[in-house]
Design a protein. Sequence first.
Length: 230
Amino acid sequence: MNIKRFFTEFLYLIFPNCCFVCGEGLLLGEQYVCTQCISNIPRTGFHLQKDNPAEKRFWGKADVFRATAFFRYEKGSAFRTLVYNLKYKGHKELGEILGRFAASDLLQSNDFASVNCIVPVPLHPNKLRQRGYNQSEFIARGLAAVMCKDIDIQNLARLIENPTQTKKSVYERFQNTEGIFGVKNPQLFENKHIMLVDDVMTTGSTIEGCILAMKNVKNIKISVFTLAIA
């Protein structure tokens, strides 16, 4: 055993990194989530199912080719802590790790494998400065790395800093996102299959706002991926 590995394992014994889900110490090579918990994530399987519950949330409201979510965001589930740590505790790399796992599932679907460009739902510059990172961008990075797709974090922009949506009704959520997004250069998205990426899908109103901003882009096809679905 070389000296570097010896000290690494020694530090793991004294200051073990713990899994965000089960609280057990992580093994060498594991990050944030242990292998056992990764295998137990309550996956939706929506990427292999057309007209799935994620897609139905956009019916009659937005033109979506395909929509899916990696896992179910269920009340009382220990897996909810993954989104919490990603979004509010500064563990942005967790988004990239989970994005990589989710990408392996998406590549099983010809529809999602045909995506040309991955676009994270943007934060307003003020919120980005406050949080320090866009969690959706890190999810998108993980997806793009495994799927070998381009990623665009500039062309779709949040123009208005809207208040939180947490306690709003479905209609209020829609009003809260209407007109707050814009596309800087529509030509960059022309004739492409775009996959919008966000952290959690509740009503889908934030993503609807993004799609509305791209409604005049010529020959665009839009799919949706979220890390979790509530």
